[in-house]
Design a protein. Structure first.
Length: 628
C-alpha cells in the first residue's frame, strides 16, 4: 500500500495494544504456515499477517514461517513457542499413544532382527548371504564386490530348533574401503552386526573399520569365520587377532561376557543353520519390538532413478506398517506409495516392521539415510518438504557467499593448484555420494579434484554441455550416456569415462591427476670447463677458450655460465670447436672453443657447466586430502 501511514498507536503489535505478557506455551512443527500458527494461538490469520506487515515482512496465509519468525509472532500475542521437527512431533505422539493403555493399535509386538553384514572386501559377505538366501547375487556384482546396500529377508527353518520359523532381515554393505560411510549408515539401522572374516586371510583394515562402526552403534557383534573349507584356513589365528582387538570368543571368556564366533563356509554351506540360530539367540537378549498399528517410520537405504519408474527408494520399515497409497515425507521430498516391491521383486500391498521394500511414487530423489515418515495429510507433507528444501537452499547460498580472511588466505595459497573438474553420474545415490567423497579425498597440494555436479541417472546432454563449458571429465558409474549425449560428447571433445569398479576408477583418476601436473625435469651433470681466454671473432661473436676440468662438454648439451658462484647464463651450446674443426664432444683435460648462443659477457675465470635434462613422471606426493 503505497503511501500508507500506520496510526501512531500501532507499532507492529496487536491493534491498540502493547505486547501481551507471556502466559502460555505452544509447541509447533518446523515450516508451520500462517494459518496453522493462527489456529495454535487462537487468533485470526489476518492479525498475524498485519503484525508481520508492520515489521516489513510480506507473507500469505499459506506461507511457511521459519523458527525465529514463529517465536517473534507468538511473543507478540502472549505465547512462548517451541519449534520442533516433524520427526520429533511424531515421536512425541507415539509416546502418548503408548501411555494410552486402552489403545489397541499401539500394542508392541516382537519384530524380526535387522542384521548388518560387514567385513573386508572379498571375505565372502555376499557369498554367505547367497548361500543363506539360496540365490546368486554375487555373480551379478561388477568385479565380484557389492557396489551398494542390499536388503534381504530370510526365514530360518530347522527341525527341532526353538528358533525355527523366525524371520531375519539382512543388510549387505559393501566391503571396499571407499564405502566406509555406507557401512556406517548400515550400522545405524541394525540390531546385530555380523563381522565376516576369511579364515585364510585374517583380520584386515576394513575388518577393523567395521568393528569400530558396530561398537559406535552399540549393537551386539557376531563373528562369522568364513572359508573354513580351504586347506590354508586357520580360524584360531582369526580368533587371536580379534581377541587382541577386544572381541574375545565365548569359549575363551572364562565366565565373562564374550563374543559369539561361528565357523562357516559359504561355498560348502557348513554351519549356516548354526549362524542363523545364534542370530536368533542374540536377538532374544535385546528383544526388538515394534508397533504395527502406528504409521510407518523407516530409513532410506538406497535411492535410484529408473527410466520407466522414476525415483525409486529402498526403504527399511523400522516401525509401524506401510500401505499402498500412504502419503509420506522423506528428507526434503515427499510422495505417495504408488507401488511396493519386496526384496525378490514381488508386488506387495503392506510392509510391516523390519521389512525392506522398494517404494515408487517419490516426487524427487531423496538422500540415502533420510528418515521415511508416513503422514495423514499430503498437503502438510508437501509444505514441510518445500520448507526443508528452501532452508537447505538458503544454507547453501549462505555457505557459498560467506567470506573470511582465513578462506581468502587459503585461496591465495592455492592460486597455483591445478583443478581436475569432474561430473559424476551413478546408478544409486549411495555410490554417487561415496564416489564424490573418495575422489575429493585424493586431492593433493598439487592437484585438487573438484566435483562440479553429481547425480543419479544416465549421462545426459546437459552433463556434456556443462563438462564442455567447464573443461571437466564425465564419470559414469554403472550408467551409460544417452545416445544424443554420446554424439554431443564426441562433437565437443568431452571425455566420458565409464566404470563399474571403484578402485579401477581411482587408479584412472591418479593417472589423470599426474597428467595435469607441470612436467618435472631433472638435470644430469655432464662436465665442467674453465674459461682461459676470450676471443672476439667478426661475424661470429664471442668465443670462450676453455679447458675441460671434469667430465665432458657435448655440442648438443645445455650449459650454465657462473662467475663467483652466481649464474649469469643458461642455454644451449651454439658451437664447439677443437682447434679449427667442429667437435661433437670434448673430454677431460682437453682445450676447446665454446660459443654461447648470443651471450657475450664472458670473462676469464668463468666456469661453464654442461648438463642434460631428463623429463620425469609427475610426483603427486601422498594421495591424501589437502587442507580441508
Amino acid at each position: 500500500m503505497k503511501g500508507f501511514v500506520p496510526p501512531p498507536r500501532y507499532s507492529g503489535m496487536p491493534y491498540g495494544n502493547e505486547p501481551l505478557p507471556i502466559t502460555r506455551e505452544i509447541t509447533v512443527t518446523e515450516g508451520i504456515s500462517v494459518k496453522n500458527l493462527a489456529e495454535k494461538l487462537g487468533i485470526r490469520a489476518k492479525d498475524i499477517i498485519a503484525s508481520l506487515l508492520m515489521s516489513g515482512v510480506f507473507v500469505t496465509v499459506n506461507q511457511s514461517l521459519d523458527a525465529e519468525m514463529v517465536k517473534d509472532v507468538a511473543a507478540k500475542f502472549g505465547a512462548s513457542a517451541a519449534v520442533i521437527s516433524y520427526e520429533e512431533e511424531l515421536e512425541n505422539q507415539a509416546i502418548e499413544d503408548v501411555l494410552d493403555v486402552g489403545n489397541t493399535d499401539v500394542v508392541e509386538v516382537p519384530r524380526a532382527p535387522v542384521v548388518t553384514v560387514m567385513g573386508h572386501v572379498d571375505h565372502g559377505k555376499t557369498s554367505l548371504l547367497d548361500a543363506i538366501r539360496e540365490t546368486n547375487v554375487a555373480e551379478g556384482e561388477a568385479g565380484g564386490i557389492t557396489q551398494h546396500i542390499g536388503a534381504y529377508k530370510v526365514k530360518f527353518t530347522k527341525e527341532g530348533s526353538p528358533a525355527s520359523g523366525r524371520e531375519i532381515v539382512f543388510l549387505d554393505t559393501p566391503g571396499h574401503e571407499a564405502f566406509t560411510r555406507m557401512r556406517a549408515r548400515g550400522a545405524k539401522v541394525t540390531d546385530i552386526v555380523i563381522i565376516v572374516v576369511a579364515a585364510d586371510d585374517g583380520v584386515m583394515p576394513q575388518t577393523l573399520e567395521a568393528i569400530d562402526h558396530a561398537k559406535a552403534a552399540e549393537v551386539p557383534i557376531i563373528v562369522a569365520v568364513n572359508k573354513i573349507d580351504k586347506p590354508e584356513a586357520n580360524p584360531d589365528r582369526v580368533k587371536k587377532q580379534l581377541a587382541d582387538r577386544g572381541l574375545i570368543p565365548e569359549e575363551w571368556a572364562a565366565g565373562a561376557e564374550g563374543t559369539v564366533f561361528v565357523e562357516v563356509s559359504a561355498k560348502k554351506r557348513i554351519h549356516l543353520d548354526l549362524l542363523l540360530e545364534m542370530i536368533c539367540l542374540v536377538s532374544d537378549i535385546k528383544a526388538p519390538k515394534a508397533t504395527p498399528g502406528r504409521k510407518a517410520v523407516g530409513s532410506v537405504l538406497e535411492a535410484k532413478l529408473d527410466r520407466g519408474r522414476g525415483a525409486v527408494a529402498t526403504v527399511l520399515v523400522q516401525d509401524g506398517a506401510l500401505h499402498l497409497n500412504d502419503s509420506y515425507i522423506v528428507g526434503n521430498t515427499f510422495g505417495k506409495v504408488r507401488a511396493m516391491f519386496d526384496d525378490r521383486g514381488r508386488a506387495i500391498e503392506e510392509a510391516g516392521p523390519s521389512t525392506p521394500v522398494e517404494v515408487l511414487g517419490l516426487e524427487s530423489m531423496p538422500d540415502a539415510g533420510d528418515t521415511f515418515l508416513v503422514v495423514a495429510d499430503r498437503d502438510k507433507a508437501k509444505s514441510i518438504a518445500q520448507y526443508r528444501k528452501m532452508k537447505e537452499r538458503d544454507a547453501q547460498l549462505a555457505k557459498s557467499s560467506r567470506v573470511s580472511l582465513e578462506g581468502l588466505a587459503e585461496q591465495i595459497r592455492q592460486a597455483g593448484v591445478k583443478d581436475l573438474a569432474l561430473i559424476i553420474k551413478g546408478d544409486v545415490t549411495g555410490s554417487v555420494e561415496v564416489l564424490a567423497d573418495s575422489l575429493a579425498q585424493m586431492s593433493t597440494e598439487k592437484v585438487r579434484i573438484k566435483v562440479i555436479r553429481s547425480g543419479v541417472g544416465s549421462i545426459t546432454e546437459s552433463d556434456v554441455l556443462l563438462a564442455a563449458a567447464s573443461n571437466a571429465i564425465v564419470i559414469g558409474f554403472n550408467v551409460r550416456p544417452e545416445r544424443k549425449a554420446a554424439d554431443l560428447a564426441q562433437q565437443e571433445g568431452v571425455d566420458i569415462r565409464l566404470h563399474s569398479i571403484i578402485y579401477e576408477l581411482q587408479d584412472e583418476m591418479r593417472l589423470a591427476m599426474m597428467g595435469l601436473l607441470e612436467p618435472v625435469f631433472r638435470e644430469n651433470y655432464l662436465g665442467r670447463a674453465e674459461v682461459l681466454n676470450v676471443f672476439r671473432i667478426p661475424k661470429v661473436g664471442v668465443i670462450a677458450g676453455c679447458r675441460v676440468q671434469d667430465g665432458v662438454i657435448r655440442r648438443d648439451c645445455e650449459i650454465k655460465l657462473t662467475r663467483d658462484g652466481e649464474q649469469l647464463f643458461k642455454g644451449k651450446v651454439s658451437s664447439l670447436k677443437r682447434f679449427k674443426d667442429d667437435a661433437r664432444e670434448v673430454t677431460n683435460g682437453m682445450e676447446c672453443g665454446i660459443g654461447l648462443g648470443g651471450f657475450s659477457d664472458i670473462k676469464e675465470g668463468d666456469l661453464i657447466e654442461s648438463f642434460s635434462t631428463e623429463r620425469l613422471a609427475a610426483d603427486l606426493g601422498a594421495l591424501t586430502s589437502a587442507k580441508a
